[in-house]
Design a protein around this ligand. Structure first.
Ligand code: TYD
Length: 204
Protein backbone atom coordinates (compact mmCIF):
# COMPACT_ATOMS: atom_id res chain seq x y z
CA UNK A 1 0.00 0.00 0.00
CA UNK A 2 1.15 3.54 -0.72
CA UNK A 3 1.71 5.79 2.29
CA UNK A 4 0.05 9.06 1.47
CA UNK A 5 0.19 11.91 3.96
CA UNK A 6 0.22 14.83 1.52
CA UNK A 7 -2.22 15.67 -1.25
CA UNK A 8 -1.64 15.19 -4.97
CA UNK A 9 -3.09 17.92 -7.20
CA UNK A 10 -2.90 17.99 -11.01
CA UNK A 11 -3.44 20.96 -13.35
CA UNK A 12 -4.91 20.31 -16.78
CA UNK A 13 -6.21 22.17 -19.82
CA UNK A 14 -5.56 22.79 -23.50
CA UNK A 15 -2.36 24.63 -24.43
CA UNK A 16 -2.93 28.36 -23.92
CA UNK A 17 -5.46 28.01 -21.07
CA UNK A 18 -3.07 29.79 -18.70
CA UNK A 19 -2.65 26.88 -16.33
CA UNK A 20 1.10 27.40 -15.74
CA UNK A 21 0.60 30.97 -14.48
CA UNK A 22 -2.24 29.90 -12.20
CA UNK A 23 -0.22 26.91 -10.99
CA UNK A 24 2.53 29.18 -9.64
CA UNK A 25 0.00 31.37 -7.84
CA UNK A 26 -1.81 28.37 -6.39
CA UNK A 27 1.42 26.80 -5.11
CA UNK A 28 2.39 30.08 -3.43
CA UNK A 29 -1.02 30.36 -1.77
CA UNK A 30 -0.54 26.89 -0.25
CA UNK A 31 3.06 27.62 0.78
CA UNK A 32 1.84 30.67 2.67
CA UNK A 33 -0.20 28.28 4.78
CA UNK A 34 2.98 26.44 5.74
CA UNK A 35 2.51 23.45 3.45
CA UNK A 36 5.59 21.94 1.80
CA UNK A 37 4.89 21.98 -1.94
CA UNK A 38 6.68 19.93 -4.62
CA UNK A 39 6.02 21.41 -8.06
CA UNK A 40 6.56 19.15 -11.01
CA UNK A 41 5.39 18.51 -14.56
CA UNK A 42 4.55 15.93 -17.20
CA UNK A 43 5.94 14.76 -19.42
CA UNK A 44 9.06 15.25 -17.28
CA UNK A 45 9.75 15.63 -13.60
CA UNK A 46 12.70 13.17 -13.52
CA UNK A 47 15.96 12.95 -15.53
CA UNK A 48 14.54 10.12 -17.66
CA UNK A 49 11.20 11.92 -17.97
CA UNK A 50 12.79 15.17 -19.12
CA UNK A 51 14.70 13.35 -21.87
CA UNK A 52 11.49 11.64 -22.94
CA UNK A 53 9.80 15.05 -22.94
CA UNK A 54 12.37 16.38 -25.42
CA UNK A 55 11.63 13.42 -27.67
CA UNK A 56 7.84 13.52 -27.59
CA UNK A 57 7.60 17.28 -27.95
CA UNK A 58 9.92 17.47 -30.94
CA UNK A 59 10.15 14.18 -32.88
CA UNK A 60 7.36 12.80 -34.99
CA UNK A 61 6.40 9.20 -34.13
CA UNK A 62 3.60 6.65 -34.14
CA UNK A 63 0.63 7.56 -31.95
CA UNK A 64 1.08 4.45 -29.81
CA UNK A 65 4.77 5.27 -29.35
CA UNK A 66 3.78 8.73 -28.15
CA UNK A 67 1.39 7.22 -25.60
CA UNK A 68 3.95 4.64 -24.44
CA UNK A 69 6.57 7.33 -23.89
CA UNK A 70 4.13 9.51 -21.96
CA UNK A 71 3.36 6.59 -19.66
CA UNK A 72 7.02 5.56 -19.38
CA UNK A 73 7.85 9.10 -18.23
CA UNK A 74 4.85 8.91 -15.86
CA UNK A 75 6.03 5.67 -14.26
CA UNK A 76 9.39 7.23 -13.38
CA UNK A 77 7.63 10.35 -12.15
CA UNK A 78 5.14 8.52 -9.90
CA UNK A 79 7.73 6.20 -8.35
CA UNK A 80 10.71 8.58 -8.06
CA UNK A 81 9.04 11.88 -7.24
CA UNK A 82 5.32 11.87 -6.48
CA UNK A 83 4.91 8.92 -4.12
CA UNK A 84 8.07 9.66 -2.06
CA UNK A 85 6.99 13.29 -1.62
CA UNK A 86 3.45 12.32 -0.54
CA UNK A 87 4.87 9.73 1.86
CA UNK A 88 6.89 12.35 3.74
CA UNK A 89 3.86 14.66 3.97
CA UNK A 90 4.64 17.12 1.17
CA UNK A 91 1.90 18.12 -1.27
CA UNK A 92 2.59 17.57 -4.96
CA UNK A 93 1.31 19.85 -7.70
CA UNK A 94 1.83 18.46 -11.17
CA UNK A 95 1.48 20.45 -14.37
CA UNK A 96 -0.49 17.65 -16.16
CA UNK A 97 -0.93 13.95 -15.32
CA UNK A 98 -2.82 10.96 -16.81
CA UNK A 99 -5.88 12.97 -17.84
CA UNK A 100 -3.61 14.69 -20.41
CA UNK A 101 -2.97 11.32 -22.09
CA UNK A 102 -6.72 10.69 -22.35
CA UNK A 103 -7.26 14.22 -23.69
CA UNK A 104 -4.31 14.50 -26.14
CA UNK A 105 -3.55 10.92 -27.24
CA UNK A 106 -7.17 9.76 -26.75
CA UNK A 107 -9.22 12.82 -27.78
CA UNK A 108 -6.72 14.72 -29.94
CA UNK A 109 -5.05 11.82 -31.74
CA UNK A 110 -8.00 9.43 -31.57
CA UNK A 111 -6.17 6.63 -29.80
CA UNK A 112 -8.27 3.76 -28.46
CA UNK A 113 -9.34 4.60 -24.90
CA UNK A 114 -9.28 0.97 -23.72
CA UNK A 115 -5.57 0.86 -24.66
CA UNK A 116 -4.92 3.98 -22.65
CA UNK A 117 -6.82 2.52 -19.71
CA UNK A 118 -4.61 -0.57 -19.87
CA UNK A 119 -1.50 1.60 -19.76
CA UNK A 120 -2.94 3.64 -16.92
CA UNK A 121 -3.67 0.50 -14.89
CA UNK A 122 -0.17 -0.82 -15.56
CA UNK A 123 1.63 2.38 -14.62
CA UNK A 124 -0.59 3.95 -11.97
CA UNK A 125 -2.70 1.07 -10.56
CA UNK A 126 -5.44 2.97 -8.76
CA UNK A 127 -3.18 5.92 -7.96
CA UNK A 128 -5.00 9.13 -8.96
CA UNK A 129 -4.81 12.81 -8.03
CA UNK A 130 -6.84 13.87 -4.98
CA UNK A 131 -7.84 16.96 -6.94
CA UNK A 132 -7.61 17.90 -10.63
CA UNK A 133 -8.07 21.51 -11.70
CA UNK A 134 -9.25 21.68 -15.30
CA UNK A 135 -8.71 25.09 -16.93
CA UNK A 136 -11.43 25.06 -19.53
CA UNK A 137 -11.42 27.67 -22.30
CA UNK A 138 -12.82 28.07 -25.82
CA UNK A 139 -10.16 26.93 -28.29
CA UNK A 140 -10.10 30.26 -30.24
CA UNK A 141 -9.15 32.18 -27.09
CA UNK A 142 -6.46 29.65 -26.12
CA UNK A 143 -4.97 29.82 -29.60
CA UNK A 144 -4.84 33.62 -29.58
CA UNK A 145 -2.98 33.50 -26.29
CA UNK A 146 -0.53 30.92 -27.63
CA UNK A 147 0.14 32.88 -30.81
CA UNK A 148 1.57 35.75 -28.76
CA UNK A 149 3.59 33.53 -26.49
CA UNK A 150 6.41 31.40 -27.91
CA UNK A 151 7.80 28.98 -30.47
CA UNK A 152 5.25 26.17 -30.66
CA UNK A 153 6.14 22.53 -29.98
CA UNK A 154 4.72 19.53 -31.88
CA UNK A 155 1.39 19.65 -30.00
CA UNK A 156 1.01 23.42 -30.08
CA UNK A 157 1.32 23.36 -33.89
CA UNK A 158 -1.86 21.27 -34.19
CA UNK A 159 -5.03 22.67 -35.79
CA UNK A 160 -8.03 24.05 -33.91
CA UNK A 161 -10.00 20.81 -34.55
CA UNK A 162 -7.35 18.85 -32.64
CA UNK A 163 -7.74 21.14 -29.62
CA UNK A 164 -11.53 20.97 -29.84
CA UNK A 165 -11.22 17.18 -29.42
CA UNK A 166 -8.72 17.61 -26.57
CA UNK A 167 -11.07 20.03 -24.81
CA UNK A 168 -14.07 17.72 -25.26
CA UNK A 169 -12.09 14.73 -23.92
CA UNK A 170 -11.07 16.74 -20.84
CA UNK A 171 -14.70 17.73 -20.26
CA UNK A 172 -15.75 14.08 -20.49
CA UNK A 173 -13.11 13.09 -17.91
CA UNK A 174 -14.35 15.87 -15.63
CA UNK A 175 -17.92 14.56 -15.86
CA UNK A 176 -16.89 10.95 -15.37
CA UNK A 177 -14.60 11.67 -12.39
CA UNK A 178 -16.58 14.59 -11.01
CA UNK A 179 -15.56 13.84 -7.41
CA UNK A 180 -11.90 14.78 -8.01
CA UNK A 181 -12.32 17.45 -10.73
CA UNK A 182 -12.84 21.18 -10.34
CA UNK A 183 -13.57 22.85 -13.69
CA UNK A 184 -12.43 26.46 -13.89
CA UNK A 185 -13.63 28.86 -16.56
CA UNK A 186 -10.22 30.04 -17.78
CA UNK A 187 -11.69 32.61 -20.20
CA UNK A 188 -12.45 34.81 -17.19
CA UNK A 189 -10.12 37.60 -16.07
CA UNK A 190 -7.05 36.76 -14.01
CA UNK A 191 -8.77 38.23 -10.91
CA UNK A 192 -11.86 36.09 -11.36
CA UNK A 193 -9.81 32.91 -11.82
CA UNK A 194 -7.74 33.77 -8.74
CA UNK A 195 -10.87 34.32 -6.66
CA UNK A 196 -12.05 30.86 -7.69
CA UNK A 197 -8.65 29.35 -6.86
CA UNK A 198 -8.62 31.11 -3.50
CA UNK A 199 -11.95 29.44 -2.72
CA UNK A 200 -10.45 26.06 -3.56
CA UNK A 201 -7.37 26.71 -1.40
CA UNK A 202 -9.60 27.71 1.53
CA UNK A 203 -11.56 24.46 1.26
CA UNK A 204 -8.39 22.34 1.10
P1 TYD B 1 2.63 21.72 -21.42
O1 TYD B 1 2.08 21.63 -20.05
O2 TYD B 1 1.81 22.47 -22.41
O3 TYD B 1 4.08 22.33 -21.36
P2 TYD B 1 4.50 23.84 -21.74
O4 TYD B 1 3.51 24.73 -21.03
O5 TYD B 1 5.90 23.98 -21.25
O6 TYD B 1 4.38 23.91 -23.24
O7 TYD B 1 2.82 20.17 -21.89
C1 TYD B 1 3.50 19.79 -23.03
C2 TYD B 1 2.62 19.09 -24.04
O8 TYD B 1 2.55 17.68 -23.81
C3 TYD B 1 1.19 19.59 -24.14
O9 TYD B 1 0.99 20.06 -25.45
C4 TYD B 1 0.34 18.36 -23.93
C5 TYD B 1 1.27 17.20 -24.15
N1 TYD B 1 0.94 15.98 -23.37
C6 TYD B 1 0.35 14.88 -23.98
O10 TYD B 1 0.06 14.93 -25.18
N2 TYD B 1 0.09 13.76 -23.25
C7 TYD B 1 0.40 13.66 -21.93
O11 TYD B 1 0.16 12.60 -21.30
C8 TYD B 1 1.03 14.78 -21.30
C9 TYD B 1 1.39 14.72 -19.85
C10 TYD B 1 1.27 15.94 -22.05
Amino acid sequence: MTIRLGKFISFEGVDGAGKSTHLNWFAEALRQRGIEIVMTREPGGTPVGEQLRELVLHQSMQIDTEALLMFAARLEHVEQVIKPALARGAWVISDRFSDASFAYQGGGRGMNIARLEQLERWVCGDFQPDLTLLFDIPVEIAQQRLADARTPDRFEREQAAFFERVRAAYQQRATRYAQRFAVIDAAQTMEQVRARLQGIVDKL
